[in-house]
Design a protein around this ligand. Structure first.
Ligand SMILES: *Cc1c(COP(=O)(O)O)cnc(C)c1O
Length: 400
């Protein structure tokens, strides 16, 4: 695709359609094809030697260094973030988080990690990172500018995740970035919920923006994929570390990621409006104590959402009023249109029992009852509301 020549930046829906479709990679068809490769063949020994010399960026060399299929998706994700230097792709979101952290941390360093982090992120901090002499201090995700008091002499990186997993605290990212910058500390953000369309992380000064592409980029619940997009000065280290770790995302899965990306702007619009309609409806229902949706005032950090985000997506949690695990299961088990399972970001709705307090170590927020996380898919919201209405009746009956 040709770049836009005018001064007006292209809008999101236009950018996701054109992103990454360079003519040298698409070679005349609309979508960059699947290039499956390990061996790349050379014409001669001289040609082989020339191929190994210099930078292999966007040049066929060996399958592990990628093919146009991976380059096209990486290039697309880079182009969605104003000011980004480059993107590396991984076989999962967790692999992306691990590579990003390993690209900035060394033995003796300290990582600051929000208490609301995705649980496998916590597992990485308490497992591999600890084993390699990197310590982690967990912090209250709502600390904001108070981050300045948490920084110690060994603090090298601050990880953020906004909104937080399961409980949806929206962080004051500009305040945390300002503190980090003043202290020469690298910032990383798990931006999976908002995507670059609703929170352009690099533009907000974040150094490394991480996506579980498994969710909204792929968008159809049929592939695992992750990405890290680097801000100025951070891509070379990220790429070197990732190559040393032997990271390569499969071309077939990258193709699915590119396929998903084309419709992401329209999908997110629908996820947003359906989830908002359902969240507002849930807030009025007996049996629902709290709706933890960043765009609703019940959600901790809602004011940061209003200030910083361009939109909301399809994932949020509710707190039930009273009841136990069995009453919650009565609600979920009988749902006809919501699947029960991990992950999210596909076209189909999901309901998941969640217990964030089980994972937290430095914060605890009392809740009125058990929690359910909802992924609102692309079904008609009126049908989803009817399904949830019957579910809440089952919950109230079971609760007594
Ligand atoms: C799912 C998820 C991940 C991990 O992604 P995978 O592709 O499942 O490894 C990371 N962060 C958040 C916020 C997620 O929801």
């Amino acid at each position: 695709m040709n770049q836009n020549d005018s001064d007006t930046p292209l809008r999101d829906a236009t950018r996701v359609v054109g992103a990454g479709r360079r003519p040298e990679w698409t070679a005349g068809v609309v979508n960059t094809p699947v290039w499956r490769a390990s061996t790349i063949l050379y014409d001669s020994v001289a040609d082989l030697r020339a191929g190994a010399a210099g930078d292999t960026h966007h040049r066929l060399f060996y399958g592990r260094k990628g093919t146009p299929t991976q380059w096209s998706l990486a290039d697309a994700l880079t182009s969605l973030e104003t000011g980004a230097e480059g993107t590396f792709l991984y076989g999962s979101g967790v692999a992306a988080i691990a590579a990003a952290l390993l690209s900035v941390l060394s033995p003796g360093d300290e990582l600051l990690c929000p208490d609301s982090a995705y649980d496998p992120t916590r597992g990485l901090a308490n497992g591999l990172l600890r084993r390699f002499g990197i310590t982690t201090r967990f912090y209250d995700p709502l600390v904001g500018a108070g981050m300045a008091d948490l920084i110690g002499p060994a603090t090298r990186a601050i990880l953020m995740e906004s909104p937080g997993s399961l409980s949806f605290e929206v962080q004051d990212i500009p305040a945390i970035v300002a503190v980090a910058r003043a202290n020469g500390i690298v910032t990383l953000l798990d931006n999976t919920w908002a995507t670059p369309l609703y929170f352009p992380a690099i533009g907000h000064g974040v150094d490394l923006s991480i996506l579980a592409c498994t969710k909204y980029i792929v968008g159809h619940s049929d592939a695992m994929l992750g990405s890290v997009t680097a801000g100025p000065g951070h891509f070379a280290k990220l790429r070197d570390t990732s190559f040393q770790l032997g990271q390569i995302a499969s071309p077939d899965d990258c193709w699915l990621g590119s396929r998903g990306l084309r419709t992401m702007a329209v999908r997110l619009k629908q996820h947003q409006s359906s989830a908002l309609e359902i969240a507002h409806w849930l807030k009025r229902q007996p049996g629902v104590a709290q709706v933890l949706h960043p765009a609703l005032s019940d959600c901790p950090g809602h004011e940061h959402f209003l200030r910083d985000f361009k939109g909301s997506t399809g994932l949020f949690s509710i707190v039930l009023h009273g009841g136990d695990d069995a009453a919650r299961a009565a609600l979920i088990d009988g749902l006809a249109l919501f699947g029960i399972g991990y992950s999210w970001g596909g076209f189909e709705s999901l309901a998941l029992p969640v217990d964030p307090h089980r994972h937290r170590t430095v914060t605890s927020r009392a809740t009125a009852g058990p929690m359910i996380r909802l992924q609102i898919g692309l079904e008609d919201p009126a049908d989803l509301i009817a399904d949830l209405d019957a579910g809440l009746a089952r919950f109230r009956a079971a609760r007594g």
